[in-house]
Ligand binder design. Structure first.
Ligand code: ZN
Length: 178
């Protein structure tokens, strides 16, 4: 830290640290015709022309104590797209307005439902009806032609549907039962 010497009417005072000199100037406790010098300056300068630089930040200990900590932001909360209230990541639907939670890991934009596909597959799987239902017409017809893979395809589809891994025409998993 720079140390300043002050000359008042030929009498030398100091040294003072920068902050103290700044305070003395601010309090006008030095006469206006005083001069200041610090190591590295070519000559004494009038106080009025002195450049002290930006004030130092007060030490941390003198800062006011921080207020009570608020609740930490919860990264698992999202605003509901229906009502805007925060809902948890794990909620399938908003508990306030019932809107589907699109941040849920199992969220799928499909409007197809497991129960419908499963019932169709269970009773009419041999006719590929569950595949017609989700828009997979090509494989639905193939299913009829192959007699549902002689029953094996029918069984496999039923398991895939029930475990929430069946996909619609656009490849969206059908994860919602009702
Ligand atoms: Zn909501």
């Amino acid at each position: 830290m720079a140390l300043w010497y002050i000359s008042v009417g030929g009498e030398q005072r100091g040294p003072y640290p920068t902050e103290q000199l700044r305070q003395m100037i601010a309090e006008a406790s030095l006469p206006p015709d005083a001069f200041a010098w610090r190591d590295g300056m070519a000559q004494w300068q009038p106080l009025s022309q002195l450049e002290l630089g930006p004030p130092q930040l007060p030490p941390l200990s003198s800062l006011p104590p921080p207020g009570p900590p608020g609740p930490p932001p919860n990264p698992a909360m999202f605003p509901c797209r229906g009502c805007g209230r925060p809902i948890h990541l794990s909620a399938v639907a908003c508990p306030h307005c019932g809107a589907v939670n699109e941040h849920h890991p199992g969220y799928s934009p499909t409007d197809k439902r497991i129960l419908i596909a499963f019932v169709l597959c269970f009773f009419l799987g041999g006719l590929g009806m569950h595949r017609f239902y989700v828009g997979k017409w090509g494989t639905a017809i193939l299913m009829i032609v192959t007699l549902a893979g002689l029953g094996i395809w029918w069984l496999v589809d039923m398991i895939i549907i029930a475990t929430g891994n069946f996909t619609d025409r656009d490849g969206n998993k059908i994860t919602v039962w009702l």
